[in-house]
Design a protein around this ligand. Structure first.
Ligand code: CP3
Length: 349
């Protein structure tokens, strides 16, 4: 029992945190990546008047958007509404987030000078709105709040490419051609994200998720040489905070053992690797995932079949139900709610 902002006693639903810590004794918790977003009519309405970054910078708006899916869907965790690019702006990166595309960086970083020009992130000074949002949410939510950041590789990929990229050509050219500049860039981003996530936890985040969305583009050998040392340093820096550290990647099946070895407490896997297979490869690490977001567009019987299959595949150890990637804008909110009920054992297949 704890006491919320209105002074009344509230029960904190901590099943998500217990499973993150390796206890698989009760029900399976569920939340969805991009559970706040364009599939919600309320979000679309808000976006007519405010840009994505506007919402991120206004704590009351941002907290409202973060809470909406918790209230509507009954999920077991909230994730801070923000974007992986938000902390890069005070570091001196100019970008916009283009509808249907993603982040587009005005001047891609490709040399030592551009990397050296990145400013040190001081979260209390540079992103006070994020910390204020987290503080509000901590007082108002009755489920744990997940803070997040991009992983150094995924952030570097946006910075070097200038936008989303299919083959990470410029990123790899820098990585192979100028390893000194590459490691300086990843080192700077690692330090910044460690500070950023630490500040989120101090403000009240109960867990953190590091999004390495593009790591799947790397050969395991290149991951070991160019990325892994930085991930180890990041997760080590977060360890003293004592909160669960979740690592997400899409298309990262070939790197699964590595994700387990860099220090993550929970590994989020996508639909390309069944959870029982992931469990064998990772040992006892709690798993998160792994419904294909596209499957949510299928008829209900098919969705239910897939959800049940994932619950069965995940049942050999601690499992947090989620998607393998973010909710698609064309998803029906009622379907998401039904999935939550099914996972909670209250719905019908
Ligand atoms: O509910 C949540 O999951 C929290 C909010 C969240 C957003 N971005 C808001 C957002 C989170 C966790 C992110 C992380 C993020 N941002 C990642 C890592 C996860 C992933 O999807 O791989 C990445 C790669 C980004 C960069 C980014 N920002 C992309 C690829 C896009 C989509 C562009 C598009 O229009 O499809 C964005 C924009 C963005 N960030 C939206 C949301 C809700 C789209 C909606 C909008 O523009 O309002």
């Amino acid at each position: 029992m704890w006491y919320g902002r209105w002074g009344g006693a509230r029960e904190l639903n901590d099943v998500f945190l217990r499973v993150c810590r390796g206890r698989a004794d009760g029900r399976v918790p569920v939340w969805f990546m991009r559970q706040a977003g364009r599939y919600q009519p309320e979000y679309r309405e808000l976006r007519r008047r405010h840009s994505l970054l506007d919402i991120c910078r206004q704590p009351s708006l941002c907290a409202t958007v973060t809470k909406l899916p918790v209230e509507q869907l009954g999920v077991d965790a909230a994730i801070l509404f923000s974007d992986i690019m938000v902390p890069l702006e005070p570091m001196g990166v100019r970008f916009e987030i283009r509808e249907g595309v993603g982040p587009v960086v005005a001047e891609p970083l490709r040399d030592a000078r551009a990397v050296a020009a990145l400013r040190t992130l001081e979260p209390e000074r540079d992103v006070p709105f994020v910390l204020e949002t987290v503080e509000r949410l901590k007082a108002e939510l009755d489920v744990p709040l997940i803070g997040f950041s991009g992983a150094p590789f995924t952030l570097a990929s946006y910075l070097v490419e200038g936008g989303p990229s299919r083959d990470q050509r410029e990123t790899k050219k820098l990585m192979y051609g100028r390893p000194d500049v590459w490691h300086a860039l990843l080192s700077t981003l690692t330090g910044a994200m460690a500070a950023y996530l630490t500040a989120q936890v101090r403000a009240g985040a109960a867990a953190v998720q590091v999004f390495d969305s593009w790591a799947g583009a790397l050969a395991p050998r290149d991951y070991d040489r160019y990325v892994r040392p930085h991930m180890e340093r990041l997760f080590e820096a977060l360890r003293p905070l004592g909160v669960p550290r979740i690592l997400f990647s899409a298309n990262g099946g070939a790197l699964l053992e590595r994700f387990g070895a860099v220090g993550a407490d929970v590994v989020s896997v996508d639909w390309r690797v069944p959870l029982d297979v992931a469990r064998r490869r990772l040992g006892g690490v709690p798993l998160q995932g792994n419904l294909d977001p596209v499957a949510l567009l299928a008829p209900w019987d098919e969705i239910a079949r897939q959800v049940e299959a994932i619950l069965a595949e995940g049942s050999g150890g601690p499992h947090i139900f989620n998607l393998g990637h973010g909710v698609l804008p064309e998803t029906d909110p009622a379907v998401l709610k039904r999935v939550v009920e099914l996972v909670h054992g209250k719905g019908s297949g």
